[in-house]
Design a protein around this ligand. Sequence first.
Ligand SMILES: [Zn+2]
Length: 386
Amino acid sequence: MPGWADEVPAPRSAAEAAAAVDTDPVGAVACDDGEDGDGKGRYQAVYVQRAGGGQSAEGPRTVQRVLWDIDQTFEASAKRYAGFDDSRRPRMVQDENCRPSVMSVEVSGLGEEHSMSEVRDLAQRAVDEKVGGTEAEQEEWNSTHRKLFFYDTGKPDGCGTAGAPGPESRADMHSGWAEVSWGCTGESAMTHEMIHQFGVTHCDEDKSQGNDPICRGYDETPRCDGPRSGAVLDCGLDTFRYFHPRPAKGSYLAEHPEENVARSPYLMRNRPAKPVATSLVDQESGKCLAAKGGSPVLADCEGDGRTWVRSIGGRGYFKLKLAGKCLTRSEGGAARLADCKAGAAGQHWWMTANAGENKDGYQVVHRSGGDPVTVGGADTFVMRSA
Ligand SMILES: [Zn+2]
């Protein structure tokens, strides 16, 4: 089918190759070339600790990784509509290298056990202080930034929530917040809450909201099952859909553009995500995923042939390439490395994020589901600079 470009065009030189991939596995989010006050919405991640609570210094780095995973989920969701080669990525407050900036705040007066709303009130006050300026300036900032709160504060009484307006607000500038406790911190929970925050809800008793339109695999998701329910927005693509970069003329979202999350001013449109070069390191043994005789193997990380390129293909699936060969599910179910072919279902993967204590492990699952790819007993891999 014309336009179903499943492959990134081959670069013509090493320099071009270097420019075409991101070499930090906690890759860049969509580069924001605007600035505060330009009428666009931005996400500000906020890592919250209790003063004197002694939490991990790794927290903000973990949050950065979660934000990048979220960025990839939005992009994969836009790429599902392969005929358009569209891109949608959250516009995040970031540094000059387009790495998401995490605002780190401490709150005092909070017990080990506390409610989400208690910590949110304190965190919001701390954010206002960091933003600074007059009260009017703080108000202006808060009206154009959505806060993504990560509570590393002991025992908040919940997993995640979000301020969620009505469905007619999905594409407007409303700000507000989404929040997760540290135990629930990860791509899956925060993306779910971000979708709520656009104005998408679970089904009402009478199903008027659409039989669980969120569909993120985090709650019960009757609209679809299998790995895609946790991998993309709007997995069901049914009459309750809420995300389409270019809805067909006459379709519900074409007639109700205010209900289309893909039109939100908090998402950037023209910043396709680059492939990422990375080594895949077994979380347990520290060995690297390499290849021998066409099969993936665990090997010492020194040496050639350890650099994988992870990209989002034209249908939203992840592709994993090593030395020009694509990770492929063979008929028996085993993973091997084979010639890359556009549109080959065997080469379509999801990568589920946030495994392990540092939440930095990924599992590679075929689009049809089943057990994650397991090599030499290893099934959870950390992405590290190759
Ligand atoms: Zn929910």
